[in-house]
Ligand binder design. Structure first.
Ligand code: NAD
Ligand code: 6OD
Length: 494
């Protein structure tokens, strides 16, 4: 059938990768395509014993081959892994598209592109990192020289979500590995394919056994929980729901393990009447509906200054209704499916709740029909609401689907107060042509990230993370190097 998505060619059985070997297990689960409900692969679930084998392998590699390498040698290895991803680019694209149902163009330009860039960027940043140096004369007249050295934390457990699978894993693996750590990585149970290819890339690049270990499975009562409870793990880097972050924090509290958390969001966009109107509408369509709204940074709350409110809503409706939903390789497709039927049921429950809470439905609110196999998939319409009060659940809770609620405001102070009225604090977006206002509002957003007149443009050297329930700590550039290193100060009396 023309435009029909072809299944990933190589991924029939997805195994764990432990101590340099691909390991089968007896317990398996299905990897189901969200595009049409087909079973794509059998996934081999790791139990606590296999997780422990992975941790022991990682400990051995830490003391042995990886720990013994210079940073230049580690960087060269990581570039070799990136080379393999580049060479097998189309397989990685197929894996991401097959697992998630996203447009092929997105998988190419965002997911796989970033998979390569994350490894290369952190390899180079690690090579060029330097420590602090201070010369001191004490009150007693002693002359001191102080300098810092970075040492690895040890074995890092990385647990990631399904929304940007390869991007999330490599965003953690890049800095963790260049700092000399070894890893046990668990992708989401929904997206095991690109993780398996990534393990193949490490294998093919000749990275020593035990440096990068992959375990498949779920969270509670499965591989995820086993990782958080394993005493051989020194640090956890977790991306996912805030509630899961809190469960993990409790699980590792007694062991006092280092944690870095990138969690949920209910991000606000503030659109001032002095904005570039067309750019703002396009920007908010993009920030609300990219990846079918499944980006932690998506704007689910939009505050628009009253003089342009009606026109803004009308134009959002027009442009949203033009978004093309379809097969990942349909020409010009804008939105694929959601990740799963289970997630669609959750998003649809918010569509229903919004109406019960008194929302006016501007557009969407349901499920598209195609008259082909896609009707078995997890497709959904992008949806815009107006008219909800600030305490409505649909305005307060993260939906993680293609939704936004648009509401008018009258003053800058009011817009900021309402935007900041959230238990989350990941990203804020401001649309204005007034330079002073942009700076003034940006620094008063209670979020870790602010974009002005754009959304989700990234420089990997910048800090990334959230406040409040959106996370703990910052990663990116030297912030990542700081998290993945144990920094020691050495003081020498001269
Ligand atoms: P999730 O919390 O359900 O799962 C994330 C990962 O944690 C999965 O691998 C899962 O198997 C594992 N897990 C679940 N319970 C666990 C437990 N008890 N112990 C150990 N591991 C466990 O999240 P999700 O549904 O996969 O992802 C969507 C969420 O991720 C959204 O809330 C989104 O905002 C958030 N997210 C945040 C960022 C960020 O950078 N802040 C980035 C991407 C996604
Ligand atoms: O771009 C990134 O580095 C990053 N960590 C994005 C996360 C997006 C959340 O869904």
């Amino acid at each position: 059938m023309p435009g029909r998505f072809a299944l990933p060619p190589t991924l029939g059985s997805l195994r764990n990768y432990v101590d340099g070997e691909f390991v089968s297990t007896d317990k398996r689960f299905d990897n189901v395509s969200p595009l049409d409900g087909r079973v794509l692969a059998q996934v081999h679930e790791a139990d606590a014993a296999l997780v422990d084998r992975a941790v022991q392998a990682a400990r051995k590699a830490l003391a042995g081959p990886w720990g013994g390498m210079s940073v230049d040698e580690r960087a060269a290895m990581m570039h070799r892994v990136a080379d393999v991803i580049e060479r097998r680019f189309d397989e990685f694209v197929a894996a991401e598209v097959g697992d998630t149902g996203r447009p092929v163009e997105q998988a190419k330009k965002l997911d796989v592109f970033r998979g390569i860039l994350n490894l290369r960027t952190f390899a180079d940043l690690g090579k060029n990192a330097h420590g602090d140096y201070f010369e001191t004369r004490t009150a007693g007249g002693d002359n001191l020289m102080n300098y810092t050295v970075r040492k690895p934390l040890g074995v890092v457990a990385s647990i990631s979500p399904w929304n940007l699978p390869l991007l999330s894993m490599t965003w953690k693996a890049g800095p963790a590995l260049i700092c000399g750590n070894t890893m046990v990585v668990k992708p989401s149970e929904e997206t095991p394919s690109s993780a398996t290819l990534l393990a193949e890339a490490f294998h093919e690049a000749g990275v020593p056994p035990g440096v990068f270990n992959l375990v498949h499975g779920f969270g509670a009562n499965s591989a995820g929980e086993a990782m958080t409870k394993n005493p051989g793990i020194d640090a956890i880097t977790f991306t996912g729901e805030s509630r899961t972050g809190s469960t993990i924090m409790k699980a590792v509290a007694d062991g006092m393990k280092e944690v870095s958390f990138e969690l949920g969001g209910k991000n606000a966009a503030i659109v001032f009447a002095d904005c570039d109107f067309d750019a703002a509408v396009d920007g908010v369509v993009r920030s609300s509906f990219t990846n079918t709204g499944q980006v932690c940074l998506c704007s689910e709350r939009v505050y628009v200054e009253r003089p342009i409110f009606e026109r803004f809503v009308a134009e959002m409706k027009k442009r949203t209704e033009k978004l093309k939903i379809g097969w990942p390789d349909d020409p010009g497709v804008d939105m694929g499916s959601l990740i799963s039927h289970k997630h669609r049921a959750k998003v649809l429950s918010y569509y229903k709740l919004a109406l019960e809470e008194g929302a006016t439905l501007v557009t969407g609110g349901g499920v598209p029909t195609f008259g082909d196999e896609r009707d078995n998939g997890a497709f959904i319409q992008p949806t815009i609401w107006t008219g909800l009060s600030d305490d409505a659940r649909c305005v307060r809770e993260e939906v993680f689907g293609p939704v936004c609620h648009i509401t008018p405001f009258d003053t800058e102070e009011e817009a900021l107060r309402r935007a900041n009225d959230s238990v989350y604090g990941l990203a804020g977006t401001i649309w204005t042509t007034n330079l002073s206002r942009a700076h003034r509002v940006a620094r008063r957003f209670h979020t870790g990230i602010v974009w002005v007149n754009t959304w989700y443009l990234r420089d990997l050297r910048t800090p990334f993370g959230g406040t409040k329930l959106s996370g703990l700590g910052r990663e990116g550039g030297r912030y990542s190097l700081d998290f993945y290193s144990e920094t020691t100060n050495i003081c020498i009396k001269l």
